[in-house]
Design a protein around this ligand. Structure first.
Ligand code: PMV
Length: 366
């Protein structure tokens, strides 16, 4: 079990140069859902997601030598150009929790500037892209200051491990195309501690898949993912759910290799509804879907029935519907969205996204 605890990552030079690192890191959408965790953010079942392209976070992390005598973490946090104490407190807590992995955090003062490509409070989870971006920045600081993590694979693996500690699903955002997180007999390389890429074996049809995100509601969620995961601990269906997720993961892996869209859609939709069912049958029951979510689902099912087009949906822990489909039907789907679905979207809003090439470092002048 790797834990990346490394006291050697302490700066030993007298003078510490200041620096600035910037990464653009995408969000991801899970097909087999991670829901339920234990220990230090470890998953109860394996999950797999598409990495998105247009829904991303841009984060610039600036650091300088810690001012003398000050204890604790000094972090100024700006979201979309404005100081944001709420996000700042969350990020500070994250940095505090990983000083054993990056001891140099205690020797520096930080400022973080972050922007999302998707509209503020559009109901799109920003923690996956946001936490992955901070993890990429920290690994880059390590690489620059200590000469470690030179190899792409070791860099991504550590970034994924660190991102996981910030937000579980974030660990899958460090890779292009698709990523697997969680131990499974179906994929020997998979780990509970970090995600691994799933690209070479993937059928080409999925490599250019689309995800059109229909904003059913922009409102903030009533129940956070953290609280949702915790409710799984006492859910009487939890063990069966984990068994089901493992079984579906095995089935889906074969489907992703073969390119069977019908079988893919069946699992994707059932996973989305199962995730929400676990919320609804929790002891402190709650519903994150909105009436518009159900109207959109009915429209998609009717469209599929009428056209036989391979158009499927999934849901995150929120009300917005993600439409998944191959590139070959993009024109028809766009027309369908515009003529029949936008009426159910808040302010007619949707995000036209697709499978992406993963995070990349933005070059900035220090
Ligand atoms: O990463 P968290 O703790 O916000 O959990 C999110 C879990 C889901 O988005 C609902 C599913 C998933 O696997 O991404």
């Amino acid at each position: 079990m790797s834990n990346y605890i490394n006291p050697a990552l302490t700066i030993t030079t007298d003078k510490i140069d200041s620096g600035k690192i910037s990464w653009q890191t995408p969000s991801n959408i899970a097909i087999i859902k991670y829901w339920g965790k234990h220990g230090r953010q470890l998953p109860r079942n394996p999950s797999i997601s598409f990495t998105l392209n247009n829904a991303f976070t841009k984060t610039t992390l600036a650091y300088q030598a810690k001012r003398n005598g000050e204890k604790g973490i000094n972090l100024d946090f700006y979201f979309e150009g404005k100081s944001n104490p709420q996000f700042g407190a969350k990020s500070k807590k994250f940095l505090e929790s990983i000083t054993d992995i990056f001891p140099f955090i205690n020797q520096l003062d930080f400022s973080i500037h972050t922007d999302n490509s998707f509209p503020h409070s559009s109901g799109i989870a920003s923690s996956a892209s946001g936490m992955a971006a901070i993890a990429m920045c920290l690994c880059t600081i390590e690489k620059n200051l200590f000469g470690t993590l030179q190899e792409e694979e070791s860099f991504r693996q550590k970034a994924s491990y660190v991102a996981r500690l910030g937000s579980g699903s974030a660990c899958r955002s460090v890779y292009p195309t698709m990523a697997i997180w969680g131990k499974t007999s179906a994929y020997a390389k998979a780990s509970d501690e970090y995600a691994v890429p799933f690209i070479e074996e993937l059928s080409p049809v999925f490599k250019t898949f689309h995800d059109s995100i229909l904003i059913a509601s922009r409102g903030e969620k009533k129940v956070s993912s953290t609280a949702g995961h915790a409710l799984m601990d006492d859910n009487i269906f939890a063990q069966n759910r984990y068994t089901q997720a493992n079984q579906r993961f095995n089935d889906l892996l074969a489907i992703l290799k073969s390119g069977d869209l019908h079988a893919f859609g069946k699992i994707a939709e059932n996973e989305a509804l199962t995730l929400h069912a676990m919320m609804m049958n929790a002891d402190a029951s709650y519903i994150l879907m909105r009436p518009a979510t159900l109207s959109l689902i009915e429209k998609v099912q009717a469209y599929r029935e009428a056209t036989k087009h391979p158009l499927y949906f999934t849901l995150d822990a929120g009300p917005n519907l993600h439409l998944l489909y191959p590139d070959e039907i993009r024109k028809e789907v766009k027309k369908f969205i515009e003529s029949e679905l936008l009426q159910f979207c808040e302010n007619g809003e949707w995000i036209d996204d697709h499978v992406g090439s993963g995070p990349f470092e933005l070059k900035i002048k220090n």
